[in-house]
Design a binder for this molecule. Sequence first.
Ligand SMILES: [Zn+2]
Length: 289
Amino acid sequence: MRWSAGGRSSNLEDRRGMSAGGGGFGFGRGMGIGGTVILLILSLIFGRDFIGGSDGGGAAYPDQTTASGGEVGPVRSTPEEERAVDFTSAVLDSVQNTWHRILPQETGRQYQDAKLVLYRDAVRTGCGTAPSSVGPFYCPMDQKVYIDLSFYDELRQRFGAPGDFAQAYVIAHELGHHVQHLLGTDEKVQQLQQSRPDLKNAASVRLELQADCYAGVWAKSDQNVIEPGDIDEALAAASAVGDDRLQRAARGSVNPDTFTHGTAAQRSAWFKRGFDSGDVKSCDTFSGT
Ligand SMILES: [Zn+2]
């Protein structure tokens, strides 16, 4: 991807130096809260967002912060990690600037910025507290994307999806969920899932494929960033996190009824469809085939 490290985005929240990415809960030093502060498990239960997998859907994470929960420490980082922060910031701005431009054109709706939170290990969000093992996710309650940058290593090593554009695709996918939130799509899907529990997974797949398609729409609409090989990296990443691939790798077999994100072929095809058209309307995963 073509990008340059400029100033960091005003929409970036760096919480890497905070325990549980916390703060803001009023548990200051010297409050005498011994041991572990267990947060209430909030109503929204985390599944895995970007990647599916049978270990998703667990309970929210009991907060392991100590009496000084929310303490802000210095960020210990490496030049490589700082470069990953710069990159993430550049993608964030590219994706959001693009949506500011095209969402009104294509839907008549204004785009509003989301924040992107960098954290380590665990993070408090408007949707509850999450461990980084859930992977990157978007919380509609606070309209923020959360990512532990170690996921980039996981993407490269565990999922075999190298390249900076694989990472860009992840961020664009999460911001695709923000677009869905702004358009009210996520709410409609949630209502459907409540009234038709039998369609829960199928509806989830369509929502996820649409986020993949929106990522493709961005890639098409900000062609300044595309270099040769980038789209192949995104397609490879989209395939690598297909439910069928993940399930086969995890347990040697595949059960389509439990899919939540779509197959490798579906994920890459919907990214490609968004990229080929550059049009939000081409991403109708709900009525189409
Ligand atoms: Zn997703």
